[in-house]
Design a protein around this ligand. Structure first.
Ligand code: AMP
Ligand code: MG
Length: 410
């Protein structure tokens, strides 16, 4: 390994720096109240607790007959003494020995009954039923006892949870019409490059459309941020200084492009003029080697700033690896990122000893992963066929098909 390369942190070292800083930055998030219907995708700030026993009454999980298991297991005809439909109050009296009670899924089991015989498992005549031999009923079968799922006051969803469908449902069941969630951190997205034109424009000779601005906006939103996306900035010190001036109020800044070793890679010097301190300027990864992580002093707070390489595949990889964990922490999310998913490699992939590779890939529903062939990190057409990166460790020359690899889904 060359000495220039050896002076850069490995992927693991860079990730450790990021996760330590993310943990320190985590406590600054403010909170707001939102309606339950707006809470999907937000991060819960105050735990959801249940205001009642769950379930509130012994609930039948089947349509059938509530019985004493001991009675039913004798296979004698049992009189059907009454019926409880879903929504009816529980029967006031204890079930008389030797009788059965008609019951619906979700209805309250009468006191005294200790099992529910499924409709399909009994024979019925006029107003008597009996269990079909040789079926046997266990005590407790097809009944969820009151409070078995949760007791009054129990924490159902902890603070820091990303609110998905299951958590929204739980909040509703617990009587929350509104939720206290963390405010979304404001993330300024600054794309740089003289070659960039807006999506709505037809690129002239030597120009390309600014695909990173919408792509990074999507990533920021996906990881719980509020993206503030600026028009592309030209490759000049003046343009960068002007753009940085308006970023003062942001919680985090993300640059794309302008951080390599070229003559017009002016982002780092512009950050230095603001007094930024760098945690790393480069890491032993491919793609994304020039990636920059630093902090800009803003009064008594420190504003995290990332410089991501301009190539779309490099931008996405470095965002997911380094910017997303900091963003998620600022957003109040529990648990650290990136979250790796193991998958079987479908086809061998080349390593690049000395650099940890992150190869655009496609994960199948069955758990297999296959690299996507590209013409380099600028190949957005190939990248559009990817839904994850697969990781090739720094030491590996080659990974064989069939090996388990780490994947990072997006
Ligand atoms: P840079 O990191 O500025 O050296 O850019 C590396 C490559 O990424 C160049 O081919 C750029 O044209 C391309 N690139 C930079 N910024 C963007 C962008 N916002 N959208 C699409 N491609 C970009
Ligand atoms: Mg550039």
């Amino acid at each position: 390994m060359s000495s220039a390369l050896a002076s850069l942190p490995s992927y693991e070292e860079a990730a450790a720096i990021v996760s330590a800083r993310a943990a320190e930055l985590a406590c600054v998030a403010q909170t707001e109240r939102v309606g339950l219907h707006e809470a999907a995708g937000r991060i819960l700030a105050v735990p959801i607790r249940t205001d009642h026993e769950m379930p509130p009454f012994a609930r039948s999980t089947r349509d059938g007959y509530a019985v004493r298991a001991e009675d039913a297991n004798r296979y004698e005809w049992m009189e059907v003494a009454g019926s409880t439909r879903t929504g009816d109050a529980p029967a006031p009296e204890s079930l008389i020995k030797g009788t059965a009670w008609e019951i619906m899924t979700g209805a309250a089991v009468p006191p005294g009954a200790d099992a529910v015989a499924m409709l399909e498992h009994v024979e019925a005549e006029a107003d008597v039923i009996r269990l079909v031999s040789p079926r046997k009923l266990e005590v407790g079968e097809n009944i969820v006892l009151a409070g078995a799922e949760a007791r009054t006051g129990d924490e159902i969803v902890p603070a820091g949870t990303w609110m998905g469908a299951a958590q929204i449902g739980a909040a509703a069941a617990c009587g929350y019409a509104e939720l206290e969630v963390f405010c979304k951190p404001r993330v300024m997205i600054l794309t740089t490059g003289d070659e960039l034109v807006a999506v709505t424009e037809k690129p002239g000779p030597g120009q390309i459309r600014n695909s990173n601005a919408p792509m990074l906006t999507a990533l920021v939103e996906q990881f719980g941020g509020h993206a503030v996306t600026m028009p592309a900035i030209g490759d000049s010190a003046e343009a960068l200084d002007k753009a940085l001036y308006v970023t003062a109020a942001a919680d985090m800044v993300i640059f794309s492009g302008g951080i390599s070793a070229g003559r017009f890679d002016l982002v780092e010097p512009a950050l230095e003029r603001l007094g930024a301190k760098f945690h790393f300027t480069g890491a032993r990864i491919q793609p994304g080697k020039p990636v920059v992580f630093g902090e800009i002093p803003r009064g008594d707070v420190s504003q995290p700033v990332f410089g991501l390489p301009g190539n779309p595949i490099s931008s996405t990889a470095t965002f997911l690896l380094f910017a997303a964990p900091v963003l998620a922490a600022l957003a109040g999310r529990r648990g650290s990122l990136p979250r790796w998913v193991l998958a079987h490699l479908e086809r061998g992939v080349k390593g690049n000893p000395g650099l940890t590779r992150f190869v655009p890939a496609h994960c199948e529903a069955g758990g297999g992963v296959q690299s996507v062939e590209t013409h380099g990190s600028g190949d957005i057409a190939a990248f559009a066929r990817a839904n994850c990166f697969l990781m090739v460790p720094e030491s590996a020359k080659w990974l064989e098909a069939g090996e388990m690899v780490r994947t990072l889904q997006f």
